[in-house]
Design a protein around this ligand. Structure first.
Ligand code: FE2
Length: 381
């Protein structure tokens, strides 16, 4: 990519009045040099193409007046070369032959004019002035275009950086939101059996089941993120109930069962889609498909699908995890036990989908296996 000259260089480029006169006839060179110098131009002369190439390489010329027929390389070839190599140099051909074919050839190689010898002084001066004006316009256009391209480049880069920053921030925000949720969920469950791995397994089982059930990807992601909060209502369960070893009395069962409603009260009322899903899950994850669950005894598809999904994932994780009062059941045994409650506790179709996905379920189970034996637990109803 060409680097733009700075403002000073621009002006120097536009103000350049240096002209290279190339002609093998010395009197013509002298005549042109005198004429142009007497009108304020800086002039250098060259007797052939080789000398001209050397001078063109030594300094920038605004214009070259070039003879067509010279010994060695022709003026036409020299101009073709010079215009390709020195993009800010203009050219006018000077020749003894008044030929329209030659004139056209000169214009085709990029010359701005064609002067036939013998010439009038005014004719030369007018052609030179015109060629320099045209050169100036072309340079200004080119600089303007480059300037515009540079502005577009700069703004595109700034936009790209802003987008990258936004993506980074969005990712940070999402990760921090998920981590906050997981840590809050762990804090709520810290008093009983839950571990970080339980939270991870639960949310991934839920996401897997939601995906296999054909829910849209955004919904699956919401369920994965919201499901760790399913038991957040246990914050409101007194220790003497939550931590009680052994079975619950009916009264204690009633107290612990309140965690679904407490969780709902904590999470509901938000405009956030995530918290709405989390509230639904907290409220409905202990409902049973046949209507025998709690807190509202909802039945069948009246139970939101998020609640039916979490019910399966939660039960499966409880069965396959070691607790103080029971060993971890193998995956097949756990599935066998759950199938006994197909259509009563669990949504039959969702349970079938979960069972059919057992290979992926097992991968999640192994990936987020508990690192140490969990703490003593209560037997949540
Ligand atoms: Fe629960």
């Amino acid at each position: 990519m060409a680097t733009l000259p700075d403002q000073t260089n621009h002006q120097a480029l536009l103000d350049n009045r240096t002209i290279l006169v190339i002609d093998d006839e010395e009197p013509i060179r002298r005549l042109l040099t005198y004429l142009l110098q007497s009108h304020g131009y800086l002039v250098e002369g060259a007797g052939d193409a080789r000398e001209a190439r050397q001078k063109l390489g030594d300094q920038p010329f605004a214009l070259m007046l070039c003879d067509v027929n010279m010994p060695g390389e022709s003026g036409m070839d020299l101009v073709r070369h010079a215009l390709a190599e020195h993009k800010h140099t203009a050219a006018i051909m000077v020749t003894g032959l008044d030929s329209s074919v030659l004139a056209n050839a000169a214009l085709e190689v990029g010359a701005f004019g064609y002067i036939v010898k013998p010439f009038e002084s005014n004719e030369v001066l007018i052609d030179v002035a015109n060629a320099l004006r045209r050169r100036r316009l072309e340079i200004e256009n080119s600089l303007h275009r480059e300037n515009l391209e540079d502005i577009v480049r700069t703004r595109t880069l700034a936009l790209q950086q802003a987008l990258d920053w936004l993506k980074h921030t969005e990712k940070e925000l999402r990760l921090s939101r998920e981590e906050t949720i997981q840590r809050l969920a762990m804090a709520a469950e810290f008093r009983d059996s839950s571990t970080a791995q339980h939270i991870q397994r639960m949310s991934h089982y839920c996401e897997l089941l939601a995906r296999k059930a054909g829910l849209p990807p955004e919904r699956c992601d919401l369920i994965r993120t919201a499901s760790p909060m399913h038991d957040i209502g246990k914050i409101g369960t007194p220790d003497h109930v939550l931590l009680k070893p052994g079975r619950f009395t009916d009264e204690e069962f009633g107290v612990i069962a309140q965690h679904a409603e407490i969780g709902y009260r904590i999470l509901s009322g938000s405009d956030s889609e995530l918290l709405k899903v989390a509230a639904t899950i907290a409220y409905t994850h202990h409902e049973h498909y046949d209507g025998t669950g709690y807190p509202r005894g909802l039945k069948g598809e009246a139970i939101p699908i998020e609640g039916r999904i979490v019910a399966i994932a939660d039960a499966f994780d409880a069965l396959t995890t070691q607790r103080v009062y029971k060993p971890a059941f193998g995956l097949s045994h756990a599935i066998e036990l759950m199938l006994k409650h197909r259509g009563t506790h669990f949504d039959p179709e969702l349970l079938d989908i979960f069972v059919a996905s057992i290979d992926e379920v097992a991968r999640i189970h192994n990936q987020y296996a508990d690192l140490v034996n969990p703490n003593p637990t209560t037997d949540e109803p």
